[in-house]
Structures are given as structure tokens and as C-alpha cells.
Ligand binder design. Structure first.
Ligand SMILES: [Fe+2]
Length: 246
């Protein structure tokens, strides 16, 4: 009976919308021990394509490590820190330092989980209906930048100039102005309202180094072939209808 319940819950949570809030990410009740019984934990979202589906642009080896090890670690560390914070509930001020350290751990790993969940859905195998620029997003890009090539050059240029060390490059839409623009964030900082993510590119070395070494420009050129423009367009259209944040 428990297995049936978990299967149904898992199926339901895996179809949940992955947004840029932790509330949008799926959880699964953890019944592995009596101590953890009933406490929902964040789970690693499944990919909608096989690990080798983005070859030759992003290697299977990178995808396996990136999704199965790096993203899994953000999820595990987030769950562990939240559990430790729960254990501190009701404790006195002497635990303040420990609590602040755990909150920092939650902040970092929450960002890692949110950013990667958005990232996987923003990718698709090359030469598929998803991997072509389309819809309202295509129209606004052509109006504002003139061509897909100029848009790509401007986006890559912003990332190469602004992301120093580990971070992310984003195409964002502002829910107040409905404008499309580029944004970068450091470490695992997520995008915040009034901006919403249209597309994200992971610029941590673990995303490209095994295949492209230090050549970030080649990685950016390659990943252009496996961006999921169907997903990006849906996010852009959702931004146009999103309630204003201010
Ligand atoms: Fe990553």
C-alpha cells in the first residue's frame, strides 16, 4: 500500500512546474527511517531526455556527472541542512551561530537546486522541434536584436564579460516592464522577481570543463545548438501574463 502511495506521489510531484521558487520544486515523503517518517524532502528532477541526447554538443559524461552528482549534491545538502534547522527549532540563542551557518547552507543549495532544475528544462536535443527559436519569443528577439545570431553574440558576450569564476548567465523577462534582457548571477544565486527566467546557462566549470577545458566561448557556441526554445517561449509568454511584482 505504501509503495502504491509513493508511486502516485512521485508521479504527481515529477509533473510539477519547476519555477524559480523552492515552492515550485517537487518533494517526496521520506519514510526511510522511523525518525524521518512523513517529512517531505526535495528530490532530483528526472531529465526529459537521455544523458547522451545532447551529444556531441554536451557530452554524456558531463551530463551524468552534472545531473547525477552535482545537482544531486545540492538536493542532498539542502535536505540535510533543512533537517538540521528543524532540529534546532525551539533551541535558545546559544545556537544562533549554528543556525546562521545552516541558513547559509540552505541559501546556497536552494539556489543550486532551483537553477539546475530550470537549466535541464531549458535544454533539448539538437535538430528537434524544441531546439528552434519560435513563437512570441522569436518575434521579440528579432525586433530587438535583428537576428538570432546577433542575439546569441550579445548574450554570450555579456556572459563572458560579467561571469567571473562560478555563476550563471540568464535571459530574463521583467514582469513589470515585460522587457527581455540579459542577467548574470554569482555562485548559485537565483534570479528574483521582478525578473523571471526565460533561459539559463550554467557557467560553473563542472558544466563544460571535461569537454571544453577553459574555452568558455566554445561551450557557449555549442550549447546554443541544444537550447529548448519551446520551453523558453512558454516561459516568456507566462511572463507577459504574470501579475506585476510592484
Ligand atoms: Fe551546474
Amino acid at each position: 500500500m505504501k509503495l502504491i502511495y509513493l508511486t502516485i506521489l512521485f508521479a504527481a510531484t515529477c509533473t510539477a512546474e519547476y519555477g524559480q521558487s523552492l515552492d515550485d520544486l517537487p518533494k517526496l515523503a521520506d519514510n526511510s527511517t522511523s525518525a524521518s517518517s512523513g517529512i517531505a524532502k526535495y528530490i532530483l528532477p528526472s531529465l526529459s531526455y537521455p544523458h547522451n541526447a545532447l551529444e556531441p554538443h554536451i557530452s554524456e559524461e558531463i551530463m551524468k556527472l552534472h545531473h547525477g552528482a552535482h545537482h544531486q549534491a545540492y538536493v542532498d545538502n539542502l535536505n540535510a541542512a533543512l533537517e538540521e534547522l528543524r532540529a534546532l527549532e525551539g533551541k535558545g540563542m546559544q545556537e544562533k551561530g549554528i543556525r546562521e551557518g545552516l541558513e547559509e547552507t540552505v541559501k546556497f543549495n536552494r539556489g543550486g537546486h532551483i537553477n539546475h532544475s530550470l537549466f535541464w528544462k531549458g535544454l533539448a536535443p539538437a535538430n528537434t522541434p524544441e531546439s528552434s527559436l519560435q513563437g512570441d519569443l522569436e518575434k521579440v528577439i528579432l525586433e530587438k536584436w535583428g537576428s538570432a545570431e546577433k542575439f546569441s553574440e550579445a548574450f554570450s558576450g555579456t556572459i563572458l564579460k560579467k561571469v567571473r569564476g562560478s555563476g550563471w548567465g540568464w535571459v530574463v523577462c521583467n514582469v513589470d516592464t515585460r522587457e527581455l534582457s540579459f542577467e548574470t548571477t554569482r555562485d548559485q544565486d537565483p534570479v528574483a522577481l521582478p525578473q523571471v527566467v526565460v533561459l539559463g546557462i550554467d557557467m560553473w566549470e563542472h558544466a563544460y570543463y571535461l569537454q571544453y577545458y577553459n574555452n568558455k566561448k566554445s561551450y557557449l557556441k555549442a550549447i546554443w545548438n541544444v537550447l529548448n526554445w519551446k520551453e523558453a517561449n512558454e516561459r516568456y509568454v507566462a511572463c507577459l501574463k504574470h501579475p506585476k511584482a510592484s
